[in-house]
Design a protein around this ligand. Structure first.
Ligand SMILES: *Cc1c(COP(=O)(O)O)cnc(C)c1O
Length: 381
């Protein structure tokens, strides 16, 4: 089955009791047993739910894994992965991470004796100096947020695999339509399904897909033991969103390319971050590991201050000022005060995350409307 068929059919069977073509929302907390311990594979809904099971089967197919586990949010998925570690273990992670991932690692898990090392991995070889005999996990995010740097998944995962270290790629920004980290050697791929997988800005959800049966079992154990499960209606919404993933992401990529080129030629804009530009430092790696260059574009202003940024942010009409990304509607955001406010300013500036940096999640509206919206906002400076 090819990708565009998988999104609609993989793991989805008509409901055996009614023939319903759409997976029903099994809104139940428990299941009646025929005799003590004798049931149909479903005993209690924290442990198993058929709507969730259909979604997990579908996600397994989309990322070419052996199993998937769903959680109540992207960060709950990441939390489950980090719970597989023990005190004393070390994690090497990309340095410009999603703000919430950075917070979870530094504010919660460091307290349990897990050491986090943040490294600029835009050069794959940079990782070698940071691997010790305690390193248990390599955490990658690519494209990175919000600087849209690209990390060479295959090169880094092969270094990790050689040393028997797990690797996980946060694939939220690319979506499984553009990039499949397990095929490039990763042991796990994680998504905030809140973003492209759901695609309609109406649900919080997360998942992990793995190529390792043992890890799948351990994650299922943590899902049940810690209990951060998604509700059945949320699973239904993600299943529904996935059915149009390929078309939505394709259009978002086309619109993003058009906007990146438009911004690059705009006289109020000093720099545009988009991996599709030939002069992007890791353009060749992006071309190699992604189908297209994604729906995210960041840019900086000639007038390099928060006042100018606020002018742009408060003068768009179709680009709504909001956190999040990956929905059908375009969003505009200010990483320094919104998504990345929890990262200290010195840390932010090190990676180019200035006070005037603006991030766009490009939606699937008409491209002329989107461009003239940005033009009006930029000319308000
Ligand atoms: C949103 C996001 C997360 C967190 O996901 P939630 O569903 O909000 O918990 C993690 N990583 C990236 C890259 C994200 O964009």
């Amino acid at each position: 089955m090819r990708f565009n068929t998988k999104v609609i059919h993989a793991g989805i069977e008509p409901d055996p009791s009614t023939g319903a073509i759409m997976t029903p929302i099994f809104q139940t907390s428990t299941y009646v047993q025929d005799a003590p311990g004798q049931h149909k594979g479903y005993a209690y809904a924290r442990s198993q739910n058929p709507t969730r099971a259909a979604l997990e089967a579908n996600l397994t197919a989309l990322e070419n894994g052996v199993g998937a586990v769903c959680y109540s949010s992207g960060l709950a998925a990441m939390d489950a992965i980090l719970r597989m570690l023990n005190p004393g273990d070390e994690v090497v992670a990309t340095n410009d991470l999603y703000g919430g991932s950075y917070r979870l690692m530094t504010k919660l898990f460091s307290k349990y004796g897990i050491k986090m090392v943040f490294v600029d991995l835009s050069e794959a070889g940079n990782i070698i100096a940071h691997i010790t005999n305690k390193t248990k996990l390599v955490w990658l995010e690519t494209p990175t947020n919000p600087m849209l740097n690209i990390v060479d998944i295959e090169a880094i995962c092969s270094i990790a695999n050689e040393k028997g270290i797990w690797s996980c790629v946060d694939n939220t920004f690319a979506s499984p339509y553009l990039q499949n980290p397990l095929d490039l050697g990763a042991t796990m791929v994680m998504h905030s399904a809140t973003k492209y997988l759901g695609g309609h800005s109406d649900v919080i959800h997360g998942c992990v897909i793995t190529s390792d049966k043992g890890i799948h079992e351990e994650l299922k154990f943590i899902q049940n033991a810690a209990g951060a499960v998604p509700g059945p209606q949320d699973c239904f919404l993600i299943l529904r969103g996935i059915k149009t993933l390929h078309i939505r992401v394709e259009r978002a990529c086309q619109n993003a390319e058009s906007i990146a080129r438009f911004l690059k030629s705009h006289d109020k804009v000093s720099k545009v971050y988009w991996p599709g530009f030939e002069d992007h430092p890791n353009h060749e790696i992006a071309k190699k590991q992604m189908k297209h260059f994604g729906g995210m574009v960041s840019f900086d202003l000639v007038e390099n201050n928060i006042k100018a940024a606020n002018k742009v942010l408060s003068n768009t009409h179709y680009f709504s000022l909001a956190e999040s990304l990956g929905g059908v509607e375009s969003l505009i955001g200010h990483p320094a005060t919104m998504t990345h406010a929890s990262i200290p300013k010195e840390e932010r500036l090190k990676v180019g995350l200035t006070d005037s940096l603006i991030r766009l999640s490009v939606g699937i509206e008409d491209i002329s409307d989107l461009k003239s919206d940005l033009d009006t906002a930029l000319n308000a400076i």
